[in-house]
Design a protein around this ligand. Structure first.
Ligand SMILES: Cc1cc2nc3c(=O)[nH]c(=O)nc-3n(C[C@H](O)[C@H](O)[C@H](O)COP(=O)(O)O)c2cc1C
Length: 167
């Protein structure tokens, strides 16, 4: 199975999670991991699973102004140019059956509503992907670090994705 993991990250936490998810998938799939800035503008025909991850900004996927805000807080300027919102909205519908799973990172505050992964899933559902439930990974503050245990969770989640599709 071929799988594509596309991530966006301003402070590096979502990137770390994306790498761990891909690591977990590696037993069951030929995985390509890419920053959203370098992601293909359509899903390659032989890809059966697309995984998309981004930081939760203002209760949803980031936008140009929230990414600029992140840059003001020490995020990398190079990562502010585009995000998963823009990539997904420009993505054509897949031409073959393809599964989609989204993840996000968000701060560890249970009462704060909204998750980028849910917003990303809504866009993907409309495009006709077969949907897998989204999941959030937690950071301790806007810049991180990740809450303990999140990379292990990410690896397990990635492993579960490919097992589920193989089954
Ligand atoms: C402008 C801005 C808005 C944010 N809004 C939220 C939010 O609504 N909910 C939340 O849980 N985290 C929010 N955060 C924290 C981000 O989720 C956090 O910075 C991100 O998970 C870190 O991932 P990264 O290192 O990959 O950028 C916000 C961060 C920024 C910079």
């Amino acid at each position: 199975m071929r799988a594509l993991v596309v991530y966006e990250s301003m402070f590096g936490n979502t990137r770390q999670v994306a790498m761990a998810v891909a690591d977990g998938m590696a037993d069951g799939a030929d995985v390509t991991v890419t920053d959203v800035a370098d992601a293909p503008d359509r899903v390659p025909d032989d890809v059966e699973l697309v995984v998309v991850g981004g930081p939760t900004h203002a209760f949803s996927m980031s936008r140009a102004p929230t990414r600029q805000d992140a840059v003001r807080q020490g995020g990398a300027m190079a990562d502010a140019a585009t995000g998963i919102r823009e990539w997904l909205h420009a993505l054509p519908a897949p031409t073959r059956p393809c599964s989609f799973a989204a993840f996000d990172t968000r701060v560890d505050m249970p009462l704060l509503p909204g998750a980028a992964s849910r917003a990303a899933s809504r866009v993907a559902r409309k495009l006709g992907f077969s949907m897998i439930d989204p999941v959030s990974f937690l950071v301790q503050g806007y810049q991180g670090p990740l809450v303990e245990g999140q990379l292990e969770r990410a690896r397990d989640w990635g492993h579960g994705l490919t097992e589920r599709l193989a089954g």
